[in-house]
Ligand binder design. Sequence first.
Ligand code: PFF
Length: 516
Amino acid sequence: MAKKEQWGSRIGFLLSAVGSAVGLGNIWRFPYQAYENGGGAFLIPYFIAALTAGIPLIIFEFAIGHRMRSSLPTIFQRLSKRRGYRNWEWIGWFQPLLAIFIATFYAVILSWVFYYIGLSFTNGWGSNCETFFFDEFLQTSSSPFAFGQINPVILILTALIWFLIWIIVFRGIRKGIELAGKIFMPVLAVLMLILMFHQIFQPGAAIGLDALFKPDFRRLTDINLWIRAYGQVFFSMSLGVGTMITYASYLPKESDIVNNAFLTGLLDCAFSLISGIMIFATLGSMALMQNASIQDVVQGGPSLTFVTIPQVLNRMPASHIFGPLFFVSLAIAGLSSIISLIEPLLSAMIERLKISRKQGVTVICLAGFVFSTLFTFRSGILTLDIADFFSSNFGMLTGGLSELILVCWILKPDFLADHANLTSDFKVGTFWKLCVSFLTPVILFIILAMNISQAFAPAGENYGGYSFTELFVFGWLMMGILIILSLIIQNLSSRRTQEMIRHIWEEITPRDKGEI
Ligand code: PFF
């Protein structure tokens, strides 16, 4: 068997893991989640989720990957065999498939970002940014089912993104992913800091920062706030889809786990805060300019970045510098994340199907591109909004919960703690075990149950005001298909099924005449 690839250096691994975590989730998603969920009110559940679920789970996933050093299906199969339990290999297929599903719509959002980089040099979105984004650029249809035509510009840019992914991942761990992390992350940090400092010194910035940081304790009883905060942490820290496990499986034997996990989680939070501060400061200056409150000047939701930022750029003197800086940052952050979404399935294919990295990445990128076209229709932003909501609030949480149940409830997490402590400067102890074996699984369980019960909420109270059928088809059905597909693949790869297939094959293929 070919030798497993490894990271070239500790910093290379760290920057790649941070590259996976820091992405559109921090710059595009975090600010609008914070905005929609009450600004300061959102930060409290967000930090609690980051400290009790996010960082402990990064330690957990790094430790599993480093300890087991295989691809996900093999890891979960071997883990469940430790005690002779039923085969849980399906988790090892569900997570990578979910990762690819996320990549398919992530690529389309990135294609919008690329288009906006081009526009930002001349503020090419014109004076009415909202009409431009929805009506001229996306030509958004009235409902997720009203597909309309494919948008050729978005299609071409999406193809370009899949091509870029292909080039980076094709080059392998050290020369592709690690190199990208080492270049992208420092550049991103510098760009984001420049943008943030520029924005907080604009008149009116304080109004926005007040909205972001002023806590509203009364809203803490709103369960939806907690659901969104956990979903955001999972999405932002790339948890529950096998990315962190797979990245850690490429670590050399003597590698620090706990320290690297802390750094990854804290840097991810830092990037979210920097972009939150930048965007809210910008909203504040806009509110001052229009002499209105923040709620009156901006639109929440996925369009915050694509409508509000251009609106502000239209009024900024040096917009032809800051516009491209902002959208290039978004593109860099997104690219380093999307490449990490490919790796879990790719490493599984390389290990199980005995194919080369080059063959695997070619198949995945082609298939990914074909599936991405679903989101390039005129209904794209609507279908994508539902797919994003279900992936993070249902899929990733299910991925996380099932790995926690297997490792912490069936196997007991002590072997992972011992493993992490063996190689790490900081040691994990009771608090970590409490988080991964009790606190996080129980909270995830409650959130999942709430999400499922909300699916049957009366019309009008559903997520985003979509109808039950729309949520069912683009959300539940997609998630259901991923779970069923994982169970089928697990079954197909079991020895009994393979023997059965071989037997049937021998029965139906004609034998040599001489044998009769
Ligand atoms: N963490 C990424 C972001 O914040 O944009 C998204 C992501 C990347 C999620 C990789 C999951 C993943 F495996």
